[in-house]
Design a protein around this ligand. Structure first.
Ligand code: CAA
Length: 391
């Protein structure tokens, strides 16, 4: 291996849900002026899982096209990042490993630190691939974001999974050293084991995110990172797309740069299209921002992209990646647009009913209705075991 080998994202594919709720429908129900959703938080709609979809079916659906394109011979590790875990012990990745028919000669693990988990997975994967560049790591970020009905967080729900193949000499993005790191023990957003919806101190969470932006950038600089002017665009974690604008405004202001609207739009504008219609996909969201950027931007070959990953609680990382020559031949733009367009709109009553669904905990047999038209479904629960099917 030469000393200038590169490591990073070789392929990226995403999946979202069967259903979608428009913010118009939510606003009509709760009497909110639609400008608050469309402009104030920058959201148009949110993905809503069918009764037979979960983080496993979404993760497997995201990853299947990667396996179809590259095979799985070199994948010896699967890292599944989520903060909406379905089991306290077993990794959701093991179900995905089975659904995808991966080799038993593989390690599979689940990672959690709120919306930061996928970035930890990516960095750990790069460490493994650097150790043995013949191996590849499948990173899956999959979440269902769920707040209490009629709470302020409700408008910032969503669901999606991103799968990334991490490899040497990547076809999409070469991830660079160094990273800027930041951890602070704050209670801005969390979900105790006994709750099915997240708890959040909304305004505090926005402030905690902004502080993490400035602090991880400071560490990035101290570690010898690039100057701000070098970046062609910035992919921020997007719990709602307006947050990326707030974050970049804060970074510019904090570093003594002009904060004019055009500069911010140039840095962020092409990263928000998918998140604005999918909603918060938690740990997948920063990589949905990357997918939107690569799919829409003019040629980004050899351009540095800034990434800011934030996970409440909180951990943040600022890092850079440069776009690989020829990357456009490897994009999945059509499939990405199709994943968004195929969602069936649900009305508000149907959304509420889906939102409130949960399995009884009596160990009985509980089958789910057939709703998803995707390749994998959660057929039900029997004897406390989740049953998955390939359609
Ligand atoms: N037209 C245009 N804009 C309007 C408007 C109208 N008619 N009405 C209101 N607005 C604007 C407001 O001025 C405000 O804009 P600014 O933030 O720029 O001031 C914006 O709409 C939102 O209004 P409020 O702050 O009054 O909204 P809210 O109290 O309902 O809360 C929220 C918004 C805090 C984001 C809430 O939805 C929430 O708690 N969401 C979940 C938490 C979250 O996403 N936090 C983000 C950081 S934490 C993180 O990133 C981790 C994670 O994934 C959860």
């Amino acid at each position: 291996m030469s000393s200038n080998s590169s490591f990073g994202i070789h392929d990226l594919s995403f999946a979202t849900t069967e259903y979608v709720l428009s913010h118009e429908a939510l606003a009509a129900y709760n009497g909110t002026e639609i400008g608050k959703y469309h402009i104030g938080i920058g959201q148009r709609s949110m993905s809503v899982p069918a009764a037979d979809e979960d983080i496993v079916t979404l993760g497997a659906t995201a990853a299947a096209p990667i396996i179809a394109r590259h095979g799985s011979d070199r994948i010896r590790t699967v890292v599944f990042a989520t903060e909406s875990s379905i089991d306290q012990a077993k990794s959701a990745g093991v179900y995905v490993h089975s659904l995808l028919g991966l080799s038993s000669a593989c390690r599979v693990v689940e990672l959690k630190q709120a919306c930061y988990g996928a970035t930890a997975a990516l960095q750990f994967a790069i460490g493994l691939v650097r150790r043995d560049p013949d191996q590849q790591v499948l990173v899956i970020a999959s979440d269902v974001s769920r707040y209490e009905l009629d709470s302020p967080g409700e408008a910032t729900q969503g669901a999606a999974a991103v799968a990334m193949l991490v490899a040497a000499d990547p076809a999409l993005v070469r991830i660079e050293n160094p990273s800027g790191l930041f951890t602070a023990d704050v209670m801005d957003f969390w979900r105790p084991n006994y709750l099915t919806t997240a708890l959040v101190d909304g305004q505090e969470s926005v402030q905690a995110y902004l502080q993490a932006v400035a602090s991880s950038w400071k560490d990035y600089g101290e570690q010898g990172g690039r100057a701000l002017e070098e970046f062609a665009a910035f992919c921020y974690h997007q719990p709602f797309t307006k947050m990326a604008y707030k974050a970049h405004h804060h970074l510019l202001h904090h570093t003594g740069h002009e904060t004019d609207k055009a500069a911010i739009e140039k840095a962020i504008g092409q990263t928000v299209a998918y998140n604005a219609t999918i909603g918060n996909s938690y740990t997948a969201s920063v990589y949905l921002a990357l997918a939107a950027l690569l799919d829409q931007a003019d040629d980004l070959t050899d351009q540095p992209i800034g990434f800011l990953s934030y996970g409440s609680g909180s951990v943040a990382e600022f890092f850079a990646g440069t776009v690989a020559p020829g990357y456009r031949e490897h994009l999945r733009t059509e499939a990405n647009l199709a994943a968004i367009a195929r969602r069936e709109p649900v009305d508000h009553a149907r959304y509420r009913e889906l939102h409130e669904r949960s399995f009884p905990s009596d160990g009985g047999e509980h089958l789910t209705p057939r709703q998803t038209t995707g390749p994998f479904r959660l057929a039900g629960l029997s004897g406390h075991k989740r049953i998955y099917q390939t359609r």
